[in-house]
Design a protein around this ligand. Structure first.
Ligand code: EPU
Length: 423
């Protein structure tokens, strides 16, 4: 079982070469539940072979959908016509944050859903009050009791939803619920992340009318019967791309990441340039090179197109060896610095004041046994291991497998000395 596995990294190797980025995690976990809305079988391509996609497959099968999933090819065929239940078990919800999307999708298609409150990475408080508020605005009755969300509706009707804060999950869930509603739903203060646009494109490919995705006002004109007409390929993973860019800089390497969308990476690219790395963008590739010491920088996490919270952890690992003092402000989640406490075992010098981490760069990190406390904390420790002298041992690798497809294989292909071992 993955829980007992450790990842070992002997640091100090320069990464060099070309690597292909996988399909996006956070877009896949939204598009897979959206297949429930289709009256005809859907084919989704470019899905990553990660734990969150496996949990999504288990969820669809539990509901009664016929799913044909080929992880090696990244292709999934879903026939939702055989769905015979509208409840998701706690065991599956605990394993994935995005299980809340089954509320919106099941409500839209069947007028009911029973879904336990979602789990996912422990990075701070993660309520779903905005999701619920949005569904109520469409006429749904939504109750939460004993950790279970029960939603029912006798036909949803489009409405206006003003999000109190920008929420990726809330925007996605309301888009799903609105897709088959009668009339138009307008989501104000919507999230603008690339996966919101990808979900909108997928819904539109099934006949829905979503406009404004990528801006902060999204209009969804519901269409009662959606049907998939052609295979749909999910966009490349923005956060995996960023993690590989940071790994390239961290090892003073020369890496080309292909199959990515460089415009999604602007916030990170700007910071890497500020640190002294070289970043060249092509249509669907980014080359990151780095020689010499990196300069310390300051950044704050923000909603897209700001610096993504999901890259804060790998980026702050890189800053641990930059020259000078860096300041990192985490504005989205309150417990997203736990990787830095682990990195102190490796010689990192960090002070944390609530949502701010002050990182004093040291010339060299040293290997240690460390523990991944969440997905991106795991990625941060991998970056730290690549930079450190000696062999770093990372436990709880199951977190890394939630969201990175074959990370150690990709890094090995670039020259990293990284492998897995059983306890
Ligand atoms: N929030 C509320 N109420 C809500 C919803 C959100 O108060 O109803 C708050 C949260 O507590 C948080 C902020 O709003 O402070 C933003 O949360 P958001 O809803 O945007 O996050 P999410 O949908 O739970 C997704 C990604 C995360 C990523 C965040 C921010 C998925 C499955 N997860 O989470 O990804 O960090 O958006 O971009 O899409 C990861 O990939 O490692 C990961 C954690």
């Amino acid at each position: 079982m993955a829980q007992e596995e450790r990842m070992l990294i002997t640091g100090g190797q320069r990464l060099e070469g070309t690597v292909r980025v996988s399909g996006g995690k956070n877009t896949s976990v939204a598009i897979i539940p959206a297949t429930i809305l289709s009256q005809t079988p859907c084919v989704i391509e470019n899905l990553p072979d990660i734990e969150d996609v496996h949990v999504s497959v288990e969820t669809l099968r539990h509901l009664g959908a016929r799913v044909n999933w080929d992880p090696a090819l990244g292709t999934m065929e879903v026939d939702a016509s055989s769905i015979c239940r509208t409840d998701v078990p706690l065991e599956l919800c605990r394993r994935m944050r995005a299980s809340s999307y089954y509320i919106g999708a099941l409500l839209a298609r069947f007028g009911q859903a029973q879904v336990p409150l979602p789990g996912g990475c422990d990075i701070g408080r993660r309520p779903i009050d905005q999701h619920i508020k949005g569904m109520r605005a469409l006429g749904a009755r939504v109750e939460t009791a004993h950790g279970l969300v029960t939603a029912t509706a006798d036909g949803l009707t489009g409405g206006d939803v003003f999000m109190d804060m920008v929420t990726v999950g809330g925007t996605i869930n309301v888009m799903l619920a609105a897709a088959c509603a009668q009339g138009t739903t307008t989501i104000y203060n919507a999230a603008k992340e690339p996966h919101i646009v990808d979900l909108a494109n997928f819904l539109n490919s099934m006949g829905c009318r979503v406009k404004g995705a990528g801006t902060d006002v999204i209009r969804v004109r519901g269409v009662q019967k959606l049907a998939s007409r052609r295979p749909y390929a999910v966009i490349p993973d923005q956060i995996e791309t960023g993690t590989l860019m940071i790994a390239a800089a961290a090892t003073h390497g020369d890496v080309t990441i292909c199959g990515c969308i460089p415009t999604h990476m602007e916030a990170l690219t700007a910071k890497l340039l500020e640190m002294g790395a070289k970043v060249d963008e092509r249509d669907d590739a980014i080359r990151v090179r780095s020689i010499g010491a990196h300069r310390a920088v300051t950044f704050k996490t923000q909603v897209y197109p700001g610096f993504p919270t999901d890259l804060q952890q790998p980026m702050s690992a890189l800053l641990c060896t930059a020259t000078g003092t860096s300041t990192v402000v985490e504005n989205i989640f309150e417990s997203r610095f736990r990787h830095l406490a682990e990195m102190e075992r490796m010689g990192a010098r960090v002070r944390i004041f609530e949502q701010t981490a002050v990182i004093e760069g040291v010339p060299q990190l040293h290997a240690a046994a460390v523990e991944a406390t969440d997905l991106r904390a795991g990625a941060a420790l991998v970056i730290a291991g690549l930079m450190a002298q000696g062999t770093t041992e990372i436990s709880n690798t199951c977190f890394i497998d939630r969201g990175y497809e074959h990370l150690e294989k990709k890094l090995s292909s670039l020259g990293a000395v990284i492998w897995r071992a059983q306890e």
